[in-house]
Design a protein. Sequence first.
Length: 453
Amino acid sequence: MKIWAEQALTARGWARDVLVTVGANGCIEDVQPDAPKTGAQIVGILLPAPANAHSHAFQRAMSGLTEARGPDPRDSFWTWRKLMFRFLDRLTPAHVEAIAAQVQMEMLEAGYAANVEFHYLHHQPDGTPYANLAEMSERVIAAAARTGIGLTLLPVHYQFGGLDRRPLSAGQIRFGNDPDQFARLYEAAAGALRVLPSDCRMGVAPHSLRAVTPDSLAQTVALSDGPVHMHLAEQQAEVDEVRAALGKRPVEWVLENLNLHSGFTFIHCTQMLPHETETLARSGAVAGLCPITESSLGDGIFDAVRWLGAGGTIAIGSDSNIRIALAEELRTLEYSQRLRDRSRAVLATRSKTTGHRLFAEITKGGALAAGRPGGGLKPGLLADLMALDSTHIDLMNRQGDKILDSYIFAGDDRMVQDVWSAGRHMVQHGQHVKHQEITNAYRDAMRDLGQCL
């Protein structure tokens, strides 16, 4: 397959008349600037496509349903969480497959090439395992087979309701496994993943310091040689509980007790002190940011200025999937920094505009978070690519970095024309190739769920 672009953001920077050759293995074989366009698919603007680094697919079906104030005068993440627990009790495996396919399709149409699924909905509503322990994991895998997205599946180990080792509540009981059962679930899910293309990956996710013990955390990490993801320092109540039980704040504890490297991704990290931000950034671990969800839940503002200044790596995820919108995630991240610091173009550098720096950081970090050899237009990397419509009114006559600035700050994901995941051309002319089929299945699932929404 050959793709010719009027402009492309290559590993060496912006170039014109770029011919990209993709091999049968889904990897880029050659990137040639100043090339003729004979025999190639022609696009306007070609970019590397990032991975969506954090998703709870089933929460997509809750979008727009949690905007009324709860009984607590100060509504918060914790009141939202109670509503989420009540909702998930109604979900069947068939519902989960339809919802996951819709989510993955919307990710592709937004410009993401891969989905890192932080998957913790494992069992029946009363906590009884399905006859097939990996039933729910297989439904996420089946969705990926239909959508063609690059999947990194992270089964989540969730054992306790808090650091006092209290049993899981009614809403959490579908998530729960002891270490031995979780190991069996992981192995079953890993076997099921083999039906997908070879670019798909397995990793593991100890949910949080609240949900697993230090011993079982170590056992969970040892199960996989793939990515390790964990929620960390999302809420002040979590920070207080960890400090009371373990004697350290969450970031301090992981820095002292885990051998951190770029295979670790910590999600949210909105409640960090300056020294924690700088030290965790220098560990090599990725910060998995979800700005739309973090804004929706009132989590707080990640200190991206300090993190990136310390050499840290970031990735972007859609988390609750209340809105799957790549450009908007990046815009929200930058605007949060501007509001806090009362400044403009906060994340720009002397060599890169805000849009270019944001996009470059999240494509690099997303590849690490997904355990996926992508993140750039370079021979040997996966052909995770997105094309923007150069005729769009807000992209006309834009060159170089101004393209990314206009896409992120003046436009939206309607600018996305084509997306390839490991060379699979899944979005064409702005729409997934199975858009109607997947949407119809999602509509059927929502009708079935209608009485409980």
